[in-house]
Design a protein around this ligand. Sequence first.
Ligand SMILES: Cc1cc2nc3c(=O)[nH]c(=O)nc-3n(C[C@H](O)[C@H](O)[C@H](O)COP(=O)(O)O)c2cc1C
Length: 405
Amino acid sequence: MADLSVNFCGVKFKNPILAASAEPTLNLNMMRKCIEAGAGGVVAKSISSIYGMRKLSKYSTWRYLNEKHEVARGKVPRMFTLYGRAGASLVPPKEWMKMLKEVKVIADANGAVVIGSGMGPTIPDWVEQAKMFEDIGIPIMECNFGCPHPYAMDLPAKMGMEIGQDMELSSAIIEAISSAVKIPVLAKCTQQIPDMVDMAKAMKVNGAAGVTISNRFVGFVVDVENGKPLISGWSGVGGPWVKPLTLRWISKVHVAMNEFQISGSNGPYDWKDIAEFMMSGATTVQVCSVIMLKGIAYITEMVAGLNSFLDRKKWSARDIIGMAAKQALTYDQMYDLGRSRSTIDEEKCTMCGNCLESCFYDAIGTDGEKVWVNDNCVGCGICYSVCPSDAVDMSELKPFVDPEK
Ligand SMILES: Cc1cc2nc3c(=O)[nH]c(=O)nc-3n(C[C@H](O)[C@H](O)[C@H](O)COP(=O)(O)O)c2cc1C
C-alpha cells in the first residue's frame, strides 16, 4: 500500500482525490456516497444567497456529447464533452450549514475532509459565508471565481468567472475573507484570463492559501439540423480533452510559485490523469464529470488505481507533486537535447504513402518502389505518427547544428 496522504493548505488528506463542488456534492446523501467511496475529501456544492444562482440548479440541463459534439445516447466516448448548466446549491446558505454539519460528522468518521464552497454577490456576503463555514468546523473554504454561467445571466452583481476575470475584485474578496477567518482560503479560478500565474500571485499576496485550477469554460454548441443552439444557448463546457490546457496552467503556476498550493480540476478521467495532474503540480485533484458519468463509486477505482501505480513505482503521493513540471524545458533549452531524424525500415514499409503526404519539409522521397528520408528532415515526427506499419524509427538523437548560426 503506497502512502497516498498529502498535506493540502495545512490540512492532512488521506488521499489526493476529492469530489469537486458540483452535483455529486449537492446534498448529504451524495456527499456521503463520495466519502464512503473513499474520496480524500469533498468540496461541497457552492452556496449562494442570490436566488438566480440557486434557480439555475432547479433548471439544470446537461448533455454528454460525442467526438462530433453530437448528443451521446447510451454510448459515451472516453473523450466526451460535458455540456450544460447548473447553478449553486438548491437551498440557501443558512439551511445548507445545518446539513453540512452532518456531512462533517460522516467525513470525520471516515478520515475525509469537507471543503466549503461559496459564491457571494458582495464582499460582506462572502465574509459571512466564510464565517458560517468556520463556525461549523469546515477547515478550508473554496471561493468559486470560475463558474461559467453568470456570463449569460442577468444577475445583480458580478459572480463566478466574472469575478475571476476581475483581478481587483477577486483580490479584494480574498483579502476580506482571509482577514476575517482563520481557515485557509482557496480561489477557484477560470482559465478564461490572460495569465493564471499573475492571478495566482495576486491571490497569494491577498492571503489565499492556494488556488484551484480551474472551473470550466463557456461554450456554444450548434444543433445543425435545426439551425439552433443546442440546449437553447451558451453553456459550460469541459471533459477529458481539456486536460492539457489545465495542466499547462497548473505546471506554470507550480514552477513560478513552487510551494503555493494547487488543487487541480477540469479534465481528469482516471487514476492516470490524477497522477498527471499531480506531476504537473497539483497537491489534490478534484473529479466531477467522470463521476457524474460513471457513478460516484468510480472514486474507489481511481483511488485503487493511483495506489497500485505508486506502489509499483515505490513513490508516495507527495513524491510526485510537480515531478514533471520541474523538468519542463523552454524551447531554447530543448535545442541542446539534440534532434532526432527519422529512418524508414524497408522491410516494414508497405508503401502506403502516408508519410509522403504528411512531410512538409520535402524530406521524404520515393521512386515508387521504396521510400527514403533525405537531409531536409528536421525530425518533426509526423511520419512516425501517420505510419500504419511501425516502419519509422525516431530513436536516434543527433546534436542540433544550425547552419544559420
Ligand atoms: C453539473 C456541474 C455542476 C457544477 N457546480 C459547481 C459548483 O457548484 N461550484 C463550483 O465551484 N464548480 C462547479 N462545477 C465545476 C466542477 O466543480 C469542476 O470544476 C468542473 O466540472 C471541471 O472538472 P471535471 O473535468 O472533473 O468535470 C460544476 C460542474 C458541473 C459539471
